[in-house]
Design a protein around this ligand. Structure first.
Ligand code: BES
Ligand code: ZN
Ligand code: ZN
Length: 477
């Protein structure tokens, strides 16, 4: 989407979006925009109400925003809804007039919401594209303040989120580890970050044993994707952040095959997809930071080559792992991802993000991700960032008492407690074991928020959770 600032509607002909904050229904002062006047009995800006008017060949779509204290996510959703559902009202030319109350955050939410509204799950349908995606399309911005910096940023945020939505929603016979490696190399070239991919052979040389064990059962070769970003004009003392994302392109459960919920498991690379989207966005925004991101990508499949329950494997860190359950595969690939990141790149801060456990859904439902860290500064920063954009997190403990859940009789550690309790916590304790006591590590379990139902499609689909959260967290560090 391109945008253009205009001062007035003199030479404008098309559809004008007019978002309006709520006035009192009893307030008899009409809503006024240019030559159009609406009685407040008919429309007074109530949240999610619309009013269509026509004047001088222009169409005016009034959009109710509700109260002025509306949060970022709700505002973004209102605009996403307009773009997704009001297509018929869009003529060739579309303009938007921001209320005077709109500051940068509101403009960012509105523009990124409009662009997200172009997303359709129908990747394999012969549908006409959304008018906003026409290369010639220009959204005309009617504002007295110049918001162009914010608008450009909003477009970049939405573009990165759209990428992540597609990566998660496309089927696992398309989005294989190889597809993700190609995607990363392509975006690295386009946006300016370095990408190094270790294939199976290279992973064997590096002895990424836990990662390789998970990928063994599949004909789709596992790919260990390493990305490095530095700004084009690096300054001194750049902060260095490490990211690790779970990239399981499909999780059958392996030999401990899933008996429930397998259909959703193309989304088991949503943590990795959030890292991919964040890398695109960080490079697109040229943030003044150094970021090293690792997404171990593999398919957890069933075959005679699959790893087995009771196998003992050797991880990259040198620690042995007893496999209690092959469905607890995410923590295995993340263990090697974290160890590899720390040993070879030693970042100052580390965040991993993964659709790791059903247990985190049992705890929080679909309202927030589970946050694990012993670092209060990072905990606060992540939570504040999440709250500000509606990608919420809530903490769970990493108490020493849970360590016994991962103690094995035969190996250094086991991948599952075997108990039906505290699953998200023992998974986090397992990851912590591989962080070499790093003091600025956080783990985000996003199983409940990465993929699900909402108003934008009939079937479950990706939310894009994490792209903006990780980027904004890094931006504000
Ligand atoms: N990918 C799943 C977790 C998951 C479940 C993500 C539902 C999204 C929605 C993970 O690999 C898994 O299977 N976890 C098991 C672990 C158990 C076998 C120790 C779980 O949480 O049940
Ligand atoms: Zn699993
Ligand atoms: Zn999984």
């Amino acid at each position: 989407m391109k945008t253009k600032n205009i001062n007035d509607l003199k030479d404008f002909s098309g559809t004008v979006l007019v978002p309006v904050f709520e006035t009192s229904a009893k307030n008899l002062i009409p809503i006024q925009f240019g030559t159009v006047s609406i009685s407040s009995k008919v429309f007074y800006g109530k949240k999610d109400s619309y009013y269509l008017a026509e004047d001088n060949d222009n169409i005016y779509l009034f959009i109710g925003l509700g109260k002025k204290d509306i949060d970022y996510k709700s505002l973004k959703t209102i605009f996403r809804r307009v773009a997704a559902n009001q297509k018929e009202a869009f003529t060739k030319c579309v303009g938007v007039s921001f209320p005077t109350e709109f500051k940068e955050q509101e403009v960012e939410a509105a523009i990124s919401g409009l662009l997200l509204g172009t997303y359709s799950l129908g990747h394999y349908k012969k549908e006409v594209d959304h008018p906003f995606l026409d290369p010639e399309f220009e959204l005309k911005i009617l504002a007295t303040v110049d918001f162009s910096i914010t608008i450009n940023k909003a477009i970049k945020i939405a573009r990165a989120q759209l990428e992540t939505l597609s990566l998660v929603d496309l089927p696992p016979n398309k989005v294989t580890p190889g597809y993700l490696a190609k995607w990363a190399k392509d975006r690295g070239n386009r946006y300016g970050f370095k990408v190094n991919v270790l294939d199976r052979e290279a992973c064997e040389v590096e002895q990424l044993g836990a990662f390789l064990a998970v990928g063994k059962g599949s004909n789709n070769e596992p790919q260990f994707i390493i990305m490095n970003y530095e700004p084009n004009k690096p300054t001194e003392n750049l902060k260095h952040i490490g990211l690790v994302g779970k990239g399981i392109t499909f999780d059958t459960g392996g030999i401990n095959i899933k008996t429930a919920g397998m259909l959703d498991m193309k989304s088991d690379m949503a943590g990795g997809a959030a890292v991919f989207g964040a890398m695109q966005l960080i490079a697109d925004l040229q943030l003044p930071v150094k970021v090293t991101a690792i997404v171990p990508c593999a398919e957890n499949s069933v075959s005679s080559k699959s790893f087995l329950p009771s196998d003992v494997i050797k991880s990259y860190s040198g620690n042995s792992i007893e496999i209690i359950d092959t469905d607890a595969e995410g923590r295995l690939i993340l263990a090697d991802g974290l160890s590899y990141l720390i040993k070879n790149f030693d970042p100052e801060y580390i965040v991993d993000i993964a659709t790791l456990t059903g247990s985190s859904i049992g705890t929080f439902g679909h309202e927030c991700g589970a946050l694990f860290t012993d670092n209060e500064i990072i905990a606060d920063a992540l939570r504040k960032t999440g709250d500000s954009i509606g990608e919420r997190l809530w903490p769970l403990p990493l108490w020493e008492a849970y360590t016994e859940d991962i103690e094995s009789a035969i190996a250094d550690v086991k991948n599952y407690s075997g108990k039906p309790v505290a699953g998200a916590i023992s998974a986090a304790k397992f990851l912590q074991f591989f962080t070499n006591k790093h003091t600025a590590w956080a783990h985000l379990d996003i199983a409940g928020v990465a993929y699900g139902n909402d108003e934008f499609s009939k079937s479950k689909h990706a939310s894009g959770y994490g792209v903006h959260l990780l980027t904004k967290f890094i931006e504000n560090l």
